[in-house]
Design a binder for this molecule. Structure first.
Ligand SMILES: [Zn+2]
Length: 350
């Protein structure tokens, strides 16, 4: 494993080219001051004007969606928040969704949670990703609601390829196209239709995860982070000022940030499998953002990685690991078999 010479991201992640020992996210970060942010902001205002300010913000109630809502409201937008229920909603997640409803009209879409739990277990068993249905829903539900509500403009937050690195050129993607959705949406080659017929899952069960076949409806999905500089810590500050609850500690010891992914108790398992498969977890991405921003030194980040990376999420916030797997109908022995199956030794070689 080689790590970026600027931050601590390893080169074990798929689709993350290194250039002269530096990861794509660091290259992208250094290019940021060259971007004419005033011009981008002006094009954002023009975009909103073209839509009479009406827009949808897909949300989980987290810091980024709260920042997006508050910022777009500040620009005079008429925001409708569309929240796709997380797989295992936490108490703090519930309170933060309710907090967002203090600021804007909020629509909460809750799928059949028995189907969801089945998909969580199957996602873990088939592709080592407990969060497959959630990622799929995040990139499906807002598009469905766009058509139902007659609001074509949808704002996602950051372009993940820009912040965390991806194939060169993808960070220029101003809009989220259907191709982006299928390539980077985190589906690991699995389509919703692949589940039909497995363990009694029907076409109707999977409808919440199928990208709609729009007739003449044209959705314009954009990343707000392409128009306004993205800063996760600032987003957390803005969200806290807007009433979002942020705990004193990260949800689990392998996280570096306190303010992220508070809404889904399964996130600890999702991140643990990311570490098993790729040799790094979410905490590594979080601390790398802070190294880039000059908030911590690379040495400090390396020491933190050595101490905390890969720690098992016995607790995630106030939810125990046992509760999480019990809810998806999985026994500890079955879970352990998934761990053994998806651990990639090559990604852990030093
Ligand atoms: Zn880097």
């Amino acid at each position: 494993m080689n790590r970026c010479r600027t931050c601590v991201m390893p080169d074990t992640r798929p689709d993350t080219p290194f250039i002269d020992g530096e990861c794509a996210a660091c290259v992208s970060y250094r290019r940021r001051p060259l971007i004419d942010w005033d011009a981008r902001r002006a094009s954002l205002v023009a975009l909103l004007d073209r839509h009479d300010g009406r827009c949808i913000v897909p949300s989980s109630g987290g810091k980024d969606s709260t920042y997006q809502v508050v910022t777009l409201l500040g620009l005079g937008a008429d925001v409708t928040v569309v929240t796709a229920r997380t797989c295992h909603l936490t108490g703090i997640g519930r309170r933060n969704i309710d907090n967002l409803a203090r600021h804007a009209r909020t629509i909460e879409v809750v799928p059949n949670m028995t189907v969801r739990a089945k998909l969580n277990r199957l996602g873990l068993e088939m592709v080592g990703d407990i969060s497959w249905p959630e990622h799929c829903a995040i990139f499906t539900v807002p598009f469905v609601m766009s058509e139902q509500l007659g609001i074509p403009l949808v704002f996602y937050g950051e372009n993940p390829q820009d912040q965390y690195g991806g194939p060169m050129g993808s960070d220029d993607a101003m809009n989220m196209t259907a191709r982006w959705r299928s390539e980077f949406g985190g589906f690991l080659g699995l389509r919703a239709s692949d589940f039909i017929g497995i363990e009694g899952l029907t076409e109707r069960d999977m409808a919440d995860y199928q990208f709609p076949a729009f007739g003449n409806w044209l959705v314009e999905a954009h990343f707000l982070g392409q128009y306004l500089p993205w800063d996760s810590r600032r987003n957390a500050d803005v969200a806290r000022a807007a009433g979002m609850e942020i705990p004193d500690q990260p949800p689990t010891s392998s996280n570096w940030w306190r303010a992220e992914n508070l809404d889904n108790a399964q996130t600890g398992i999702h991140d643990y499998f990311m570490w098993l498969k790729y040799g790094f977890g979410r905490g590594c991405q979080q601390i790398s953002v802070d190294v880039r921003a000059g908030l911590v030194t690379r040495d400090h980040a390396m020491a933190w990685i050595d101490a905390c990376e890969g720690a098992f999420p016995h607790w995630y916030g106030d939810t125990s690991f046992r509760d999480v797997i019990q809810r998806i109908g999985m026994q500890p022995e079955e879970f352990q078999r998934c761990v053994n199956r998806f651990r990639n030794e090559a990604a852990h070689a030093r």
